[in-house]
Design a protein around this ligand. Structure first.
Ligand code: SF4
Length: 337
């Protein structure tokens, strides 16, 4: 295990679900927890987080469709190296509906090879938050838990649990076989001629990604990077300097797009996906949608304090993410135009 941890560290493998936490640190934490828990909850679990529910992000779907062999290889490595008792795929239910035959056959083949694996269907955006995911698998209400303890310490059923995104497990398989090449998957979409999933170097700026995929619009544009709802918005000039983080999406919008409709699309998404556990997010997202629906002009002054409360007091990253697209759109695009 130590050997692979070192390789993950050298290759700088980070979580590709959004948080970008170094993979080797998770492995170390699980190893330490397993060493300390010989009389505790016993061997842990490996969970592949394949819930992928954010708009304009579909790279995990692409990997499942085209590179499932590498994903399963990454899962097997993680189970073998940690000595976990089981590997679980928390899988977007819509993806599972279209890939059931293939994935079930792969699970059966893995079982024949001595690996215990199963698929659990994920049905919501918050089900991709790692502790909400644990609750859902345990049959509890799908909402985030307080951290610490982190899943690597006390995860599924109280046992140390390694949770990795689909692309992270794919990268781990490449590192183990010595073919990792410092690239990642990008979902490129929006007002462009060639939307799709592209695997390109992690060092490219957003503008270089658009150029290399022949997706630079003819008209003035801006783009949202990282996530289709929670991503940061940058204007055309800034895109020449910004690399793409988070879930790896690049969503292109034309400058002439209706700002109120774009804001409503983001806020309706957050309001719909809010799990309702904490008041700032449950009420704040509702109030933001209402404010926009009730005003012909965007009521920035009324929205500002609500966004501030969301950022400072929400229980989890969903609520804290709401101000990111809204305020960066205002600051980087609307205020300048
Ligand atoms: S921030 Fe939103 S999604 Fe997160 S716990 Fe609070 S209500 Fe639920």
């Amino acid at each position: 295990m130590a050997d692979l941890i070192l390789k993950l560290q050298k290759a700088n493998i980070i979580g590709r679900g959004g948080a970008e936490y170094p993979a080797h640190k998770k492995w170390e934490a699980v190893r330490n927890a397993l060493n300390q828990s010989s009389k505790g909850p016993g061997l842990g679990y490996v969970i592949c987080n394949a819930s992928e529910h954010e708009p304009a992000v579909s790279k995990d779907h692409f990997i499942l469709e085209h590179h499932a062999d590498k994903l399963f290889e990454g899962m097997k490595l993680a189970i073998k190296e940690t000595g976990a008792r089981e590997g679980i795929f928390s899988l977007n239910a819509k993806y599972y509906a279209t890939m059931k035959t293939d994935l079930d056959a792969r699970i059966a083949a893995a079982k024949k090879d001595g690996f215990s694996m199963r698929i659990v269907e994920a049905t919501s955006y918050i089900g991709g938050e790692e502790t909400a995911l644990l609750n859902a698998i345990e049959g509890r209400r799908c909402e985030p838990r307080l951290k610490p303890p982190f899943p690597t310490q006390q995860g599924l059923h109280g046992a140390p649990t390694l949770i990795h995104n689909v692309e992270t497990l794919y990268d781990i398989a490449l590192v183990a076989e010595g073919t990792y090449d410092d690239k990642r998957f990008y979902t490129v979409s929006g007002a462009i001629p060639h939307p799709g999933i592209y695997r390109l170097p992690v060092t490219l700026t957003a503008l270089q990604i658009l150029e290399q995929t022949e997706n630079v619009p003819q008209q003035e544009f801006f783009a949202q990077l990282g996530g289709g709802a929670s991503g940061t918005v940058f204007d055309q000039q800034q895109l020449a300097h910004e690399t793409v983080h988070g879930a790896g999406s690049v969503v292109v919008h034309l400058l002439k797009e209706n700002p109120r409709e774009l804001l409503l699309a983001w806020l309706n998404f957050f309001h719909k996906e809010s799990c309702g556990k904490c008041t700032p997010c449950r009420e704040g997202t509702y109030q933001l949608v209402r404010l926009l629906e009730d005003h012909k002009r965007i009521p920035w002054k009324k929205m500002q304090p609500i966004l501030e409360v969301l950022e400072k007091t929400s229980f989890c990253a969903l609520g804290r993410s709401v101000p990111i697209p809204v305020l960066s759109y205002y600051r980087n695009v609307l205020k300048k135009s």
